[in-house]
Design a protein around this ligand. Structure first.
Ligand SMILES: [Zn+2]
Ligand SMILES: [Zn+2]
Length: 427
Protein backbone atom coordinates (compact mmCIF):
# COMPACT_ATOMS: atom_id res chain seq x y z
CA UNK A 1 0.00 0.00 0.00
CA UNK A 2 2.64 2.48 1.10
CA UNK A 3 4.60 2.18 -2.12
CA UNK A 4 1.58 2.14 -4.40
CA UNK A 5 -0.01 5.33 -5.72
CA UNK A 6 -3.81 5.60 -5.34
CA UNK A 7 -5.88 4.10 -8.16
CA UNK A 8 -6.36 6.48 -11.07
CA UNK A 9 -3.27 8.59 -10.39
CA UNK A 10 -0.07 8.69 -12.37
CA UNK A 11 3.46 9.73 -11.44
CA UNK A 12 5.38 11.76 -13.96
CA UNK A 13 8.80 10.36 -13.13
CA UNK A 14 12.12 12.05 -13.88
CA UNK A 15 12.37 9.78 -16.92
CA UNK A 16 9.12 11.09 -18.41
CA UNK A 17 8.92 14.73 -17.39
CA UNK A 18 10.84 15.92 -20.49
CA UNK A 19 7.82 14.87 -22.56
CA UNK A 20 5.51 17.08 -20.53
CA UNK A 21 7.99 19.95 -20.73
CA UNK A 22 8.19 19.57 -24.50
CA UNK A 23 4.40 19.89 -24.84
CA UNK A 24 4.21 22.69 -22.28
CA UNK A 25 6.86 24.69 -24.12
CA UNK A 26 4.92 24.47 -27.39
CA UNK A 27 1.70 25.46 -25.62
CA UNK A 28 3.36 28.51 -24.07
CA UNK A 29 4.69 29.56 -27.47
CA UNK A 30 1.33 29.14 -29.18
CA UNK A 31 -0.69 30.94 -26.50
CA UNK A 32 1.78 33.85 -26.43
CA UNK A 33 1.33 34.28 -30.21
CA UNK A 34 -2.39 34.86 -29.62
CA UNK A 35 -1.93 37.31 -26.74
CA UNK A 36 -3.02 34.99 -23.94
CA UNK A 37 -1.69 35.23 -20.39
CA UNK A 38 -1.55 32.47 -17.80
CA UNK A 39 -4.01 32.12 -14.93
CA UNK A 40 -3.61 29.74 -11.97
CA UNK A 41 -6.58 28.94 -9.77
CA UNK A 42 -6.82 26.72 -6.66
CA UNK A 43 -7.22 22.96 -6.74
CA UNK A 44 -10.52 23.05 -4.84
CA UNK A 45 -13.55 25.33 -4.91
CA UNK A 46 -16.90 25.61 -3.14
CA UNK A 47 -19.09 22.75 -4.38
CA UNK A 48 -21.85 25.23 -5.23
CA UNK A 49 -19.72 26.67 -8.06
CA UNK A 50 -19.82 23.39 -10.00
CA UNK A 51 -23.50 22.77 -9.29
CA UNK A 52 -24.25 26.16 -10.81
CA UNK A 53 -21.88 25.97 -13.77
CA UNK A 54 -21.31 22.38 -14.84
CA UNK A 55 -24.94 21.55 -14.07
CA UNK A 56 -26.90 19.26 -11.79
CA UNK A 57 -27.94 16.83 -14.48
CA UNK A 58 -24.47 16.04 -15.77
CA UNK A 59 -22.59 12.83 -15.07
CA UNK A 60 -19.73 14.92 -13.75
CA UNK A 61 -21.83 16.41 -10.96
CA UNK A 62 -24.02 13.39 -10.30
CA UNK A 63 -21.35 10.72 -10.16
CA UNK A 64 -17.81 11.88 -10.55
CA UNK A 65 -16.98 14.75 -8.20
CA UNK A 66 -14.60 14.48 -5.27
CA UNK A 67 -16.72 16.34 -2.73
CA UNK A 68 -16.13 16.47 1.01
CA UNK A 69 -16.85 18.59 4.06
CA UNK A 70 -13.77 20.40 5.39
CA UNK A 71 -13.12 20.83 9.12
CA UNK A 72 -15.21 24.01 9.07
CA UNK A 73 -18.20 22.12 7.67
CA UNK A 74 -17.99 23.71 4.19
CA UNK A 75 -18.71 21.59 1.15
CA UNK A 76 -15.55 21.56 -0.94
CA UNK A 77 -14.98 19.95 -4.34
CA UNK A 78 -11.73 19.14 -6.10
CA UNK A 79 -11.98 20.77 -9.51
CA UNK A 80 -13.60 18.38 -12.01
CA UNK A 81 -12.88 20.78 -14.90
CA UNK A 82 -11.11 24.08 -15.49
CA UNK A 83 -13.57 26.65 -16.79
CA UNK A 84 -15.80 27.28 -13.76
CA UNK A 85 -12.86 28.13 -11.54
CA UNK A 86 -11.39 30.55 -14.08
CA UNK A 87 -14.76 32.26 -14.48
CA UNK A 88 -15.09 32.57 -10.69
CA UNK A 89 -11.63 34.16 -10.48
CA UNK A 90 -12.36 36.47 -13.42
CA UNK A 91 -15.41 37.82 -11.58
CA UNK A 92 -13.79 37.97 -8.13
CA UNK A 93 -10.66 39.77 -9.36
CA UNK A 94 -12.74 42.59 -10.83
CA UNK A 95 -11.35 41.98 -14.32
CA UNK A 96 -14.96 41.86 -15.48
CA UNK A 97 -15.04 45.66 -15.45
CA UNK A 98 -11.80 46.12 -17.42
CA UNK A 99 -11.67 46.43 -21.20
CA UNK A 100 -12.65 43.31 -23.10
CA UNK A 101 -11.81 40.77 -24.26
CA UNK A 102 -9.87 39.07 -21.46
CA UNK A 103 -7.85 36.17 -22.84
CA UNK A 104 -6.19 33.59 -20.66
CA UNK A 105 -4.89 30.05 -20.49
CA UNK A 106 -4.08 27.55 -17.80
CA UNK A 107 -1.54 24.79 -18.05
CA UNK A 108 -1.32 21.34 -16.44
CA UNK A 109 -4.08 22.22 -14.02
CA UNK A 110 -5.00 19.12 -11.99
CA UNK A 111 -8.61 18.00 -12.36
CA UNK A 112 -10.31 15.23 -10.43
CA UNK A 113 -13.09 12.89 -11.47
CA UNK A 114 -14.07 9.68 -9.74
CA UNK A 115 -14.28 7.47 -12.82
CA UNK A 116 -13.43 3.91 -13.68
CA UNK A 117 -9.73 4.25 -14.53
CA UNK A 118 -8.85 3.20 -18.08
CA UNK A 119 -6.15 3.96 -20.60
CA UNK A 120 -5.93 7.70 -21.09
CA UNK A 121 -8.53 8.36 -18.37
CA UNK A 122 -7.35 8.97 -14.82
CA UNK A 123 -8.98 10.14 -11.60
CA UNK A 124 -6.41 12.88 -11.32
CA UNK A 125 -5.59 14.29 -14.73
CA UNK A 126 -4.14 17.54 -16.04
CA UNK A 127 -5.64 20.06 -18.38
CA UNK A 128 -4.40 22.76 -20.67
CA UNK A 129 -7.21 25.16 -21.37
CA UNK A 130 -7.98 28.53 -22.92
CA UNK A 131 -10.78 30.92 -21.94
CA UNK A 132 -11.69 34.18 -23.67
CA UNK A 133 -14.25 36.45 -22.03
CA UNK A 134 -16.13 39.36 -23.55
CA UNK A 135 -15.75 38.48 -27.26
CA UNK A 136 -19.07 37.61 -28.90
CA UNK A 137 -18.08 37.40 -32.57
CA UNK A 138 -17.58 34.07 -34.34
CA UNK A 139 -14.04 35.00 -35.45
CA UNK A 140 -13.07 34.50 -31.78
CA UNK A 141 -14.46 30.95 -31.82
CA UNK A 142 -12.49 30.36 -35.03
CA UNK A 143 -9.33 31.87 -33.55
CA UNK A 144 -9.42 29.44 -30.62
CA UNK A 145 -10.25 26.48 -32.83
CA UNK A 146 -7.34 27.48 -35.08
CA UNK A 147 -5.01 27.63 -32.10
CA UNK A 148 -6.00 24.13 -30.98
CA UNK A 149 -5.82 22.90 -34.57
CA UNK A 150 -2.30 24.27 -35.13
CA UNK A 151 -1.07 23.03 -31.77
CA UNK A 152 -2.29 19.46 -32.23
CA UNK A 153 -0.67 19.41 -35.69
CA UNK A 154 2.57 20.88 -34.41
CA UNK A 155 2.71 18.14 -31.78
CA UNK A 156 2.72 15.60 -34.61
CA UNK A 157 -0.63 13.94 -33.91
CA UNK A 158 -1.90 12.10 -36.97
CA UNK A 159 -5.39 11.68 -38.42
CA UNK A 160 -6.80 14.91 -36.98
CA UNK A 161 -10.38 15.92 -37.73
CA UNK A 162 -12.35 18.93 -36.58
CA UNK A 163 -16.02 18.42 -35.78
CA UNK A 164 -18.19 21.47 -35.12
CA UNK A 165 -21.80 21.99 -34.16
CA UNK A 166 -24.09 24.65 -32.74
CA UNK A 167 -26.34 23.87 -29.80
CA UNK A 168 -28.06 27.25 -30.00
CA UNK A 169 -29.08 29.60 -27.21
CA UNK A 170 -31.66 29.03 -24.43
CA UNK A 171 -34.46 30.51 -26.54
CA UNK A 172 -34.02 28.41 -29.67
CA UNK A 173 -32.99 25.37 -27.66
CA UNK A 174 -36.29 25.40 -25.75
CA UNK A 175 -38.18 24.80 -29.00
CA UNK A 176 -35.72 22.14 -30.02
CA UNK A 177 -35.91 20.38 -26.65
CA UNK A 178 -39.67 20.09 -27.08
CA UNK A 179 -39.27 18.44 -30.48
CA UNK A 180 -36.52 16.16 -29.19
CA UNK A 181 -38.54 15.18 -26.12
CA UNK A 182 -41.51 14.26 -28.32
CA UNK A 183 -39.22 12.15 -30.52
CA UNK A 184 -37.65 10.43 -27.50
CA UNK A 185 -40.98 9.87 -25.76
CA UNK A 186 -42.07 7.64 -28.65
CA UNK A 187 -38.94 5.56 -28.18
CA UNK A 188 -38.74 5.72 -24.41
CA UNK A 189 -38.75 1.97 -23.79
CA UNK A 190 -35.69 1.45 -25.97
CA UNK A 191 -33.56 3.98 -24.07
CA UNK A 192 -31.19 3.07 -21.26
CA UNK A 193 -32.18 3.83 -17.67
CA UNK A 194 -29.97 6.95 -17.54
CA UNK A 195 -31.45 8.37 -20.71
CA UNK A 196 -35.02 7.81 -19.53
CA UNK A 197 -34.17 10.16 -16.66
CA UNK A 198 -32.11 12.55 -18.78
CA UNK A 199 -34.79 13.00 -21.44
CA UNK A 200 -37.02 14.86 -18.98
CA UNK A 201 -34.48 17.29 -17.57
CA UNK A 202 -31.90 17.57 -20.33
CA UNK A 203 -32.92 15.68 -23.48
CA UNK A 204 -29.89 16.77 -25.50
CA UNK A 205 -27.70 14.72 -23.23
CA UNK A 206 -29.33 11.57 -24.64
CA UNK A 207 -27.53 12.31 -27.94
CA UNK A 208 -24.27 12.00 -26.00
CA UNK A 209 -25.05 8.56 -24.52
CA UNK A 210 -22.38 5.91 -25.05
CA UNK A 211 -24.89 3.01 -25.10
CA UNK A 212 -25.23 1.46 -28.57
CA UNK A 213 -29.03 1.15 -28.36
CA UNK A 214 -29.43 4.83 -27.44
CA UNK A 215 -27.08 5.84 -30.26
CA UNK A 216 -29.11 3.83 -32.78
CA UNK A 217 -32.43 5.18 -31.53
CA UNK A 218 -31.26 8.78 -31.85
CA UNK A 219 -29.80 8.46 -35.35
CA UNK A 220 -32.85 10.10 -36.93
CA UNK A 221 -33.60 12.47 -34.05
CA UNK A 222 -34.35 16.13 -34.90
CA UNK A 223 -31.17 18.19 -35.27
CA UNK A 224 -30.49 21.37 -33.30
CA UNK A 225 -29.09 22.94 -36.47
CA UNK A 226 -32.59 22.94 -37.98
CA UNK A 227 -33.96 24.87 -35.00
CA UNK A 228 -31.35 27.65 -34.62
CA UNK A 229 -32.79 31.15 -34.23
CA UNK A 230 -31.66 33.82 -36.68
CA UNK A 231 -28.81 35.10 -34.47
CA UNK A 232 -27.51 31.63 -33.66
CA UNK A 233 -27.67 30.61 -37.33
CA UNK A 234 -25.78 33.77 -38.30
CA UNK A 235 -23.13 33.04 -35.68
CA UNK A 236 -22.67 29.50 -36.98
CA UNK A 237 -22.36 30.77 -40.57
CA UNK A 238 -19.76 33.27 -39.39
CA UNK A 239 -17.76 30.51 -37.74
CA UNK A 240 -17.81 28.34 -40.85
CA UNK A 241 -16.77 31.29 -43.04
CA UNK A 242 -13.88 32.14 -40.72
CA UNK A 243 -12.64 28.54 -40.67
CA UNK A 244 -12.84 28.41 -44.46
CA UNK A 245 -10.92 31.68 -44.73
CA UNK A 246 -7.94 30.09 -42.98
CA UNK A 247 -8.36 26.72 -44.69
CA UNK A 248 -9.18 24.70 -41.61
CA UNK A 249 -11.21 21.70 -42.79
CA UNK A 250 -14.22 20.81 -40.63
CA UNK A 251 -17.18 18.46 -40.46
CA UNK A 252 -20.54 19.70 -39.18
CA UNK A 253 -21.46 16.99 -36.68
CA UNK A 254 -24.88 17.24 -34.96
CA UNK A 255 -23.74 14.53 -32.54
CA UNK A 256 -21.31 16.87 -30.77
CA UNK A 257 -23.21 18.22 -27.74
CA UNK A 258 -20.44 18.15 -25.08
CA UNK A 259 -21.14 16.80 -21.61
CA UNK A 260 -21.53 20.02 -19.62
CA UNK A 261 -24.54 22.29 -19.17
CA UNK A 262 -22.97 25.67 -19.76
CA UNK A 263 -22.35 25.56 -23.51
CA UNK A 264 -24.23 27.78 -25.97
CA UNK A 265 -23.92 28.04 -29.74
CA UNK A 266 -20.50 26.74 -30.86
CA UNK A 267 -19.29 23.37 -29.64
CA UNK A 268 -16.37 21.53 -31.18
CA UNK A 269 -14.04 18.60 -30.82
CA UNK A 270 -10.74 17.74 -32.43
CA UNK A 271 -10.58 14.01 -32.92
CA UNK A 272 -7.56 11.90 -33.77
CA UNK A 273 -8.51 8.96 -36.00
CA UNK A 274 -5.94 6.30 -35.28
CA UNK A 275 -5.82 2.57 -36.01
CA UNK A 276 -6.57 2.13 -32.28
CA UNK A 277 -9.81 4.08 -32.64
CA UNK A 278 -11.09 7.64 -32.52
CA UNK A 279 -9.80 9.70 -29.61
CA UNK A 280 -10.91 13.22 -28.74
CA UNK A 281 -7.85 15.36 -28.03
CA UNK A 282 -9.59 18.72 -27.62
CA UNK A 283 -13.08 19.86 -26.78
CA UNK A 284 -14.61 23.24 -26.25
CA UNK A 285 -17.16 25.79 -27.17
CA UNK A 286 -19.01 28.95 -26.33
CA UNK A 287 -20.67 29.64 -22.96
CA UNK A 288 -22.40 33.00 -23.29
CA UNK A 289 -24.47 32.68 -20.10
CA UNK A 290 -21.99 31.11 -17.71
CA UNK A 291 -20.44 34.30 -16.32
CA UNK A 292 -23.87 35.65 -15.43
CA UNK A 293 -24.95 32.27 -14.08
CA UNK A 294 -22.02 32.26 -11.66
CA UNK A 295 -22.87 35.77 -10.42
CA UNK A 296 -21.02 38.10 -12.81
CA UNK A 297 -22.27 40.54 -15.43
CA UNK A 298 -23.72 39.41 -18.74
CA UNK A 299 -20.55 38.70 -20.75
CA UNK A 300 -19.95 36.06 -23.40
CA UNK A 301 -17.22 33.45 -23.15
CA UNK A 302 -15.58 30.82 -25.31
CA UNK A 303 -12.85 28.30 -24.59
CA UNK A 304 -11.43 24.82 -24.98
CA UNK A 305 -9.54 22.23 -22.99
CA UNK A 306 -7.05 19.48 -23.74
CA UNK A 307 -6.11 16.69 -21.37
CA UNK A 308 -2.35 16.51 -21.09
CA UNK A 309 -2.25 12.75 -20.43
CA UNK A 310 -4.53 12.19 -23.41
CA UNK A 311 -2.36 14.43 -25.64
CA UNK A 312 0.79 12.55 -24.67
CA UNK A 313 -0.89 9.19 -25.22
CA UNK A 314 -2.13 10.17 -28.67
CA UNK A 315 1.30 11.56 -29.58
CA UNK A 316 2.80 8.20 -28.65
CA UNK A 317 0.19 6.34 -30.69
CA UNK A 318 1.04 8.68 -33.60
CA UNK A 319 4.68 7.60 -33.32
CA UNK A 320 5.97 11.01 -32.26
CA UNK A 321 9.52 10.82 -30.88
CA UNK A 322 9.96 13.57 -28.33
CA UNK A 323 13.60 14.63 -28.11
CA UNK A 324 15.11 13.79 -24.73
CA UNK A 325 17.86 16.34 -24.04
CA UNK A 326 20.99 14.99 -22.30
CA UNK A 327 21.05 15.49 -18.53
CA UNK A 328 24.58 16.90 -18.41
CA UNK A 329 27.12 18.61 -20.62
CA UNK A 330 30.04 17.62 -18.43
CA UNK A 331 30.92 15.11 -15.76
CA UNK A 332 33.84 15.93 -13.43
CA UNK A 333 35.38 12.71 -12.14
CA UNK A 334 37.69 12.87 -9.14
CA UNK A 335 40.05 10.55 -7.25
CA UNK A 336 40.79 11.40 -3.62
CA UNK A 337 39.44 13.93 -1.16
CA UNK A 338 41.41 16.97 -2.35
CA UNK A 339 40.46 16.26 -5.94
CA UNK A 340 36.79 15.94 -4.95
CA UNK A 341 36.91 19.38 -3.34
CA UNK A 342 38.54 20.82 -6.50
CA UNK A 343 35.79 19.17 -8.59
CA UNK A 344 33.17 20.67 -6.27
CA UNK A 345 34.60 24.18 -6.75
CA UNK A 346 34.94 23.71 -10.53
CA UNK A 347 31.32 22.54 -10.90
CA UNK A 348 30.06 25.52 -8.91
CA UNK A 349 31.96 27.93 -11.17
CA UNK A 350 30.95 26.19 -14.40
CA UNK A 351 27.27 26.19 -13.48
CA UNK A 352 27.50 29.95 -13.03
CA UNK A 353 28.57 29.98 -16.70
CA UNK A 354 25.51 27.88 -17.72
CA UNK A 355 27.35 24.59 -18.08
CA UNK A 356 25.27 21.65 -16.89
CA UNK A 357 27.66 19.51 -14.88
CA UNK A 358 27.83 17.08 -12.01
CA UNK A 359 30.42 15.13 -9.99
CA UNK A 360 30.76 12.23 -7.57
CA UNK A 361 29.27 12.52 -4.08
CA UNK A 362 29.21 8.78 -3.44
CA UNK A 363 32.92 7.99 -3.22
CA UNK A 364 32.93 5.64 -6.19
CA UNK A 365 35.92 4.39 -8.19
CA UNK A 366 36.87 6.35 -11.32
CA UNK A 367 35.55 3.49 -13.44
CA UNK A 368 32.17 3.62 -11.71
CA UNK A 369 32.11 7.40 -12.06
CA UNK A 370 32.60 7.13 -15.82
CA UNK A 371 29.80 4.60 -16.03
CA UNK A 372 27.56 7.10 -14.27
CA UNK A 373 28.71 9.91 -16.63
CA UNK A 374 27.68 7.72 -19.55
CA UNK A 375 24.24 7.17 -18.02
CA UNK A 376 23.83 10.95 -17.77
CA UNK A 377 24.62 11.35 -21.49
CA UNK A 378 27.39 13.82 -20.64
CA UNK A 379 29.23 14.98 -23.78
CA UNK A 380 32.40 15.86 -21.90
CA UNK A 381 34.39 14.66 -18.90
CA UNK A 382 37.25 15.99 -16.81
CA UNK A 383 39.24 13.77 -14.48
CA UNK A 384 40.92 15.35 -11.45
CA UNK A 385 43.50 13.35 -9.51
CA UNK A 386 46.64 14.25 -7.52
CA UNK A 387 48.72 14.82 -10.69
CA UNK A 388 46.15 17.20 -12.16
CA UNK A 389 45.94 19.07 -8.85
CA UNK A 390 49.73 19.43 -8.53
CA UNK A 391 50.11 20.74 -12.09
CA UNK A 392 46.76 22.62 -12.03
CA UNK A 393 46.30 21.22 -15.49
CA UNK A 394 43.38 19.07 -16.74
CA UNK A 395 42.25 17.36 -19.96
CA UNK A 396 38.81 18.08 -21.29
CA UNK A 397 37.68 14.83 -22.88
CA UNK A 398 35.14 15.05 -25.70
CA UNK A 399 33.24 11.74 -25.83
CA UNK A 400 31.84 12.20 -29.32
CA UNK A 401 35.15 12.97 -31.08
CA UNK A 402 37.32 10.93 -28.69
CA UNK A 403 39.72 13.87 -28.37
CA UNK A 404 41.24 15.62 -25.36
CA UNK A 405 41.99 19.31 -24.98
CA UNK A 406 44.39 20.58 -22.27
CA UNK A 407 43.25 23.43 -19.99
CA UNK A 408 44.53 25.11 -16.88
CA UNK A 409 42.31 24.07 -13.97
CA UNK A 410 41.84 27.81 -13.31
CA UNK A 411 40.73 28.65 -16.86
CA UNK A 412 37.05 28.09 -16.07
CA UNK A 413 35.91 30.50 -18.80
CA UNK A 414 38.00 28.65 -21.40
CA UNK A 415 36.59 25.27 -20.38
CA UNK A 416 33.06 26.65 -20.47
CA UNK A 417 33.57 28.21 -23.92
CA UNK A 418 34.91 24.95 -25.37
CA UNK A 419 31.93 23.00 -24.04
CA UNK A 420 29.36 25.59 -25.06
CA UNK A 421 30.73 25.85 -28.60
CA UNK A 422 30.33 22.12 -29.07
CA UNK A 423 26.97 21.75 -27.32
CA UNK A 424 25.43 24.63 -29.28
CA UNK A 425 26.79 23.20 -32.54
CA UNK A 426 25.06 19.91 -31.78
CA UNK A 427 21.68 21.52 -31.23
ZN1 LIG B 1 -30.61 30.92 -30.63
ZN1 LIG C 1 -28.62 6.06 -22.95
Amino acid sequence: MLTQAPKGTHDVTVKESYKWQYVEERIRKMTALCGLREIRTPTFEHTELFLRSVGNTTDVVQKEMYTFLDKGGRSITLKPEGTASVVRSFIESGMVSESMPAKMYYLTMPNFRYEKPQKGRLREFHQFGVEVFGASLPTEDAELIGMAWDLTHELGISGLQLHINSIGCPSCRAKYNQALKAYLAERRDGLCKNCRERMERNPMRVLDCKEKTCQQLTEDAPRMLDYLCEDCAKHFEGLKNALEAVQIPFTVDPGIVRGLDYYTRTVFEIIASLPEGELTVCGGGRYDNLIEEVGGPSLPGVGFGMGMERLLMVMELSGVEIPNPPMLDLYVASAGENARMAAFVLCKKLRALNIRCDMDHVGRSLKAQFKYADKCDASFAITIGDNELDARQIQLRDFSSHTELPFSLDDVAGIAAAIRGKVQNDQ
